[in-house]
Structures are given as structure tokens and as C-alpha cells.
Design a protein around this ligand. Structure first.
Ligand code: HEC
Length: 451
């Protein structure tokens, strides 16, 4: 045999062995966990276990394989066929294969010398560098509430913003991420009798089954409690696990906050077996020079009266009336945020342009109420006026839906989690000076306002 050939085949064999056989924690798995998992799976974060070390990760190897091969983790719900999103968390197939292979081969540690440098996570750092910070309410999350559920709570605080201010980003920082399911903030004009730091639950007359008789009672036409949110034009921003910041500057845009506003925190906590006090803060950056565009978040809704919106008992795939609207101005769409409750199943946003062409912007085929999530597009979608937006959604009111508290009920519209909503939010930017109150005309659904 010729010596050169021997060398070549040895080299080839060595290469295959490396790529094929020895998947180890430090060399192959740890970099994937750093990039995709540790943001949530480390102490103090919402993930139930820490994936910072080999010792911490090793017992979870099988569960990790199951979670990533079924794409349950990382949480990401957009159908990859439609749209490209900046905050896309989905794993590459090669990373899924590596994690599965590691679990299948007995989850070996490998050589610690192969480990990537540990990520330096800011302890409780801001993602933005806020120009000013609003102190949110302190909320005591009980160890174990009676029903094991803490209903959404609304608490108003003063904003301290005295004059009209253009903000370029907004960040919501809960102090206790492990209990914080979501926090959304609303601005509303200050009223003389404003009750600061007083928790408000939505309290409406209910029948013996705990259902509200008239689905719309007490709501302000946007699915929100009139008593606390009067004058508000809708949600301004939300914290959901892994997502703290809304950065309008990304789109060369800013949002106007009127002077003298109060801020309402909408709080949703999950008990974790010990009492915890969360004390969220809200940080803003302020435009140093005039922004080119105005950022507007729009909350819309399907029709919500009891005739239009009533999900029959045991129906596994009820189609809600759609939300349809027409754009009255040229806008650029930058973000979408589907919102339904525990029976929500899927939601799809579609555009039909004036030339008749249509495009699916976002499809969430397996909606999960536990993961409220915004989808921020990579490239703003230019929408000429006259374009129509249609949002469709389905609900699973059957016993197969493991989140369904009672498949034998007709479910009406309402803001409690056992009632339903069909509430597609989206955000657009418009040229400065555009009348943001007249951006859309609702053709089918409840009337909406810009915020
Ligand atoms: C945005 C935050 C977030 C990210 C990113 C994330 N997780 Fe999770 N993970 C959670 C939360 C919260 C839970 C518990 C609730 C649930 O299961 O939905 C969880 C649950 C899990 C579970 C199930 C634990 C059990 O009790 O069986 C596994 C396994 C898991 N994650 C692995 C991963 C892996 C691997 C990655 C990265 C590839 C990852 N997660 C990324 C937040 C996250």
C-alpha cells in the first residue's frame, strides 16, 4: 500500500469520528445552551431549572431532548413558513440533533477545557440605559392562593412625566421573574380621584357558574376594565418571559407620551409555593433628536357581543368572527401580538393589498396562553393605504385542551382567563405628523384606537 493513501484515510476517519461520535457537554451542548436557553434557565429567571453547569443540566438530558425535538422549547410559536422575526428563538435543526444525540449517548461531560467562556449575565441589569425610571407597584404573590390562580390585577401609579415626551424605548423590569407571568402597561390621563397603588380586580356580576351574564359589561369596548383604564388608548408595552424591551429606535421611530399621564400596570403572577414580593419598574429612553417616524400600537378585537362570540361546549375548533380593518394611511407594520385566553388555539394575520395580492404575515398554529408573545419583524412591512388586514382565530373548548377548566360551558368574551378574547395587537410606524387616531377603520370587529 502506498504510504500517502494510508495518511489520507486515517485523516478522513479521524474527521468522521469527531463529528459523528463524541458529542459532549462542554464542547457541543454548552454553547447551544448559552445561546438559546440560559437567558431563562438560570437562577432567578422563569425557567424551572438552571442550565448553567454540567451538574445542573445532566439530570435534564432526556427532558431536554423531549422538549427540543417537539419544539416545546425554546418557546416560539410562529409557523416558519410565514414572516421573519428578529426575536425568533427557534433552534436550528443541527442544534436539535446535537442535543438529542448528547442525551442518547448518555449525556457525557467531555473535557472542561473545551468549555466556552461563561456568559456574563447582568444580575438585574437594564437592557436599555433608561433616561428615567418609573417605580411600579409592589405586589405580594402568595405562596399558594386558595384557587391556585391569581387573577389579573390593575394598579395605577403616577408617571412623573410632566411634559409631552418622545420615548425611543421602554423596558419593564419585574424584580421577581420566577413569579411574573406577564406585565403590561397602559397610560391614562390623570384624574383628580386617582387611587394610586390600590389593586383593582375586575369585578362583574356573575351567574352561579361564575360566568358574566353580558360579556361586555364593565369593559370599555377594548376588553379592558372601564373603572381603571378610562381614557387609556390601550396597551403600551408588555413584559413576558425573555422579553423586557420595546425598542422603537430600531425602526427610527419614537412614541409620544403626553405630560401628566398616570400609568396602569396590568399584573399577572403565577404562585411558586413561597411568598414573593414583586416590585416592577418601568424604564424609558428619551429621543435626543426628533425621530423620523411615530410608533403606534393598535389593539383590535373581533366582535365580542354574546351573539357574535359564544364558543359552544365541547367544540374542538370553533372559528371566531374575524377582525377586519382597512388602513387609512400608509404605514409600516413592525410587530404583532396575538392575544387569546386558555381556549385559544391558533391565530393568523393576513394582508390584502389594494392590487388584490395577499400575504400571510404571521401564523401561530399552536397558540399557548402561557406564552404571551410579540413577534417583531426583521424588515418593516410597507402597507399602502387601502390595504386590508384580516385576523382569524380558532378555539378549542373540548376536553382535549388540557388548559380548559370546563369543556361543558358556553364561553363568552371577557377578560378573565376562563372567558375568552380575540384580541390581535399590532404596531406600526408612520411618518411624523400623521394623525395617529385615524390609522385604521374597523370593518368587522370592535372599534379600535391607536396608542
Ligand atoms: C423564554 C424563556 C425560556 C427559554 C429561552 C427556554 N426555556 Fe425552557 N422553560 C422555560 C419555562 C418558563 C419553563 C416551564 C414552563 C413550561 O414548561 O412552559 C421551561 C421548561 C423547560 C423544560 C421542561 C422542564 C420540565 O419540568 O419538564 C425543559 C426540558 C426546558 N425548558 C429546556 C429548555 C432548553 C433546552 C432550552 C434552550 C434550547 C430552553 N428550555 C429555553 C423558559 C424558557
Amino acid at each position: 500500500m502506498q504510504p500517502t493513501l494510508v495518511v489520507a484515510s486515517v485523516a478522513l476517519f479521524a474527521g468522521t469520528a469527531l463529528a459523528g461520535d463524541s458529542v459532549t457537554f462542554h464542547k457541543d451542548v454548552e454553547p447551544i445552551l448559552q445561546r438559546n436557553c440560559q437567558s431563562c434557565h438560570r437562577p432567578g429567571q422563569p425557567g424551572p431549572m438552571s442550565l448553567l453547569t454540567y451538574q445542573g443540566t445532566r439530570p435534564w438530558a432526556k427532558a431536554i431532548k423531549a422538549a427540543v425535538t417537539t419544539r416545546k422549547m425554546p418557546p416560539w410559536f410562529a409557523d416558519p413558513q410565514f414572516g421573519h422575526f428578529v426575536n425568533d428563538r427557534s433552534l436550528r435543526q443541527t442544534d436539535i440533533d446535537t442535543l438529542a444525540k448528547w442525551a442518547d449517548s448518555g449525556a457525557p461531560q467531555g473535557d472542561p477545557a473545551d468549555a466556552p467562556a461563561a456568559v456574563k449575565w447582568a444580575a438585574d441589569g437594564w437592557e436599555i440605559q433608561p433616561d428615567f425610571i418609573v417605580d411600579g407597584p409592589a405586589f405580594t404573590v402568595p405562596a399558594k392562593p386558595k384557587s391556585n390562580v391569581i387573577e389579573w390585577t390593575y394598579i395605577t401609579v403616577p408617571s412623573g412625566i410632566e411634559k409631552d415626551t418622545w420615548i425611543t424605548s421602554l423596558e419593564i423590569r419585574p424584580s421577581e421573574l420566577a413569579v411574573t407571568h406577564h406585565i403590561c402597561v397602559f397610560f391614562k390621563p390623570h384624574e383628580a380621584d386617582a387611587q394610586y397603588n390600590t389593586p383593582v380586580w375586575v369585578d362583574r356580576p356573575r351567574d352561579e357558574n361564575g360566568l358574566t351574564a353580558a360579556a361586555d359589561a364593565g369593559l370599555n369596548g377594548k376588553g379592558l376594565p372601564e373603572s381603571v383604564l378610562k381614557g387609556s388608548s390601550g396597551v403600551e408595552g408588555c413584559y413576558v418571559p425573555g422579553q423586557f424591551t420595546q425598542n422603537y429606535a430600531l425602526f427610527h421611530a419614537a412614541k409620544l407620551v403626553k405630560g401628566g399621564m398616570d400609568i396602569v400596570f396590568q399584573l399577572h403572577y403565577t404562585p411558586i409555593g413561597r411568598e414573593v414580593v414583586d416590585h416592577p419598574r418601568l424604564g424609558f429612553t428619551v429621543a435626543k433628536s426628533p425621530a423620523e417616524r411615530t410608533y403606534v400600537t393598535i389593539g383590535t378585537s373581533a366582535k365580542s357581543d354574546a351573539k357574535s362570540f359564544a364558543i359552544p361546549p365541547n367544540n374542538p375548533n370553533w372559528e371566531s368572527p374575524p377582525m377586519e380593518a382597512e388602513f387609512l394611511q400608509n404605514v409600516e407594520l413592525v410587530s404583532m401580538f396575538p392575544h387569546m385566553h386558555v381556549r385559544g388555539k391558533d391565530m393568523t394575520y393576513q394582508l390584502t393589498y389594494p392590487n388584490g395580492e395577499s400575504e400571510t404575515l404571521l401564523s401561530v398554529p399552536h397558540y399557548d396562553f402561557n406564552w404571551q408573545m410579540g413577534y417583531d419583524v426583521v424588515k418593516p412591512i410597507k402597507i399602502p393605504k387601502g390595504t386590508r388586514l384580516k385576523v382569524t382565530a380558532h378555539y378549542d373548548n373540548s376536553a382535549n385542551n388540557k388548559f380548559n377548566p370546563d369543556p361543558n360551558q358556553t364561553v363568552y368574551y371577557g377578560d378573565m382567563t376562563w372567558e375568552e378574547m380575540m384580541f390581535p395587537f399590532f404596531s406600526v410606524t408612520v411618518e411624523k405628523g400623521t394623525d395617529t387616531k385615524k390609522l385604521i377603520r374597523v370593518l368587522n370587529g370592535r372599534d379600535a384606537d391607536g396608542a
